[in-house]
Design a protein around this ligand. Structure first.
Ligand code: SAM
Length: 353
């Protein structure tokens, strides 16, 4: 029997607070809707963490400005080695992610995007923070397909508290996301689940926000405290109000996102696999997720891109990890996606078939 997609804030809140046996039915319904709407393919997006320099001081993030840690910025040739690896492993997309790094120039990204688009069949996702509208336009014109910028929380007061402004922002982050979408990017956003200060009500609002923004990609991972950041120890709300940063709560958000935005691409995130090392990734894929973002960053840099502890522990090379990934997918009865795996391409192939 199929379950209605929750349409009221009250219904979403009830699911977020549900702790009994009904939770299993939420996960299985999200899995059913995932299969019906986006199929059994799991799209593989090779993540390349191109720089850990950042001008921001986000209270949650281990690569925030001012934290004493070794900084790196990959050369174009190093990035391109990772791009070639993505092609070899038959991934459909590369994701170029970094701290908000002014040392990454507009032209360098334009050149890289042009080169990837002309020399490979890959889709390109950029995740470089709040960059200027003019450069976002230029990168789109150069061929970038997608932009990923999480709004982290739709509670404006909380967002401002944990994400101090630099003072030269052109737009509020939500408005920036709308503009990115209007530029023709497939647009991704998402939230951290269990940020200290996050209420159930604001998390419910986040889910409606995904729908309102008509996102192509929705990434939700648990907040993982980093001890060397301001949010490393704090838990500012009472236990009744504070959303816990657990795997189960994150899976509920993934499942609700699938029910409320059935055609979106939804990753089973690394943060989820970090809080539940045994089964987090699989459980995400069984609760509505259809995307996996394997990390292609060279290990000497990966250990320095420590946005939260435990993230970089995996000792595998990309090739070793890929073999495990294929085995995991096979065991779940799923298969790697073919081609770029955008929401738009899926819709087009549905029309053709
Ligand atoms: N600078 C870009 C930006 O801000 O969008 C991309 C890099 S940023 C490090 C990527 C994501 O890491 C953020 O959107 C945030 O959700 C996640 N992140 C950072 N610190 C985290 C933490 N302590 N726990 C979980 N996720 C975290």
């Amino acid at each position: 029997m199929s379950m209605e997609s929750p349409t009221s804030r009250q219904a979403v809140l009830e699911w977020l607070r549900e702790e009994g046996k009904r939770v299993a039915s939420l996960f299985s319904e999200a899995d059913r809707v995932r299969q019906e709407r986006v199929g059994d393919e799991v799209h593989l997006r090779g993540l390349i963490e191109v720089s850990n320099h950042c001008r921001r001081q986000c209270h949650y993030c281990g690569i925030r400005a001012g934290r004493r840690t070794e900084r790196y910025r990959m050369t174009e040739s190093e990035v391109f080695d990772c791009v070639r690896l993505a092609v070899k492993l038959e991934y459909g997309t590369v994701v170029l992610q970094a701290g908000e790094d002014p040392g990454i120039s507009t032209e360098s990204v334009t050149g890289l995007v042009r080169r990837i688009k002309s020399e490979t069949p890959l889709a390109v996702t950029l995740s470089l923070g709040e960059r200027k509208l003019a450069e976002l336009e230029e990168w789109r014109a150069a061929g970038a397909d997608r932009y990923l910028l999480k709004h982290e929380t739709s509670d404006d007061e909380l967002f401002r508290r944990i994400h101090p402004a630099c003072g030269d922002e052109e737009l509020h982050r939500l408005e920036l996301l709308r503009r990115i979408k209007a530029m023709g990017y497939e647009t991704g956003s998402g939230v951290m689940v269990g940020i200290p200060g996050q209420t159930y009500e604001s998390l419910a609002d986040d889910l409606f926000r995904f729908r309102e923004l008509d996102l192509e990609m929705i990434g939700c991972g648990p907040f993982v405290p980093h001890p060397e950041t301001p949010l490393g120890q704090s838990n500012v709300l009472s236990p009744e109000s504070q959303v816990p940063a657990t795997d189960t709560m994150t899976l509920k958000v993934v499942a609700l996102a699938r029910l409320m935005c059935p055609d979106a691409n939804i990753p089973s995130t690394t943060a989820l696999a970090t809080v539940n090392r045994e089964k987090g990734r699989e459980l995400g894929l069984l609760s509505g997720a259809n995307v996996w973002m394997p990390n292609l960053t060279p290990s000497k840099y990966r250990v320095l891109y420590e946005v939260y502890p435990g993230k970089a522990k995996a000792p595998d090379t990309a090739e070793e990890f890929h073999q495990k990934l294929l085995a995991t997918l096979a065991a779940l009865g799923r298969r790697p996606g073919k081609g770029p795996g955008g929401r738009n391409t899926q819709a087009k192939s549905e029309v053709r078939s």
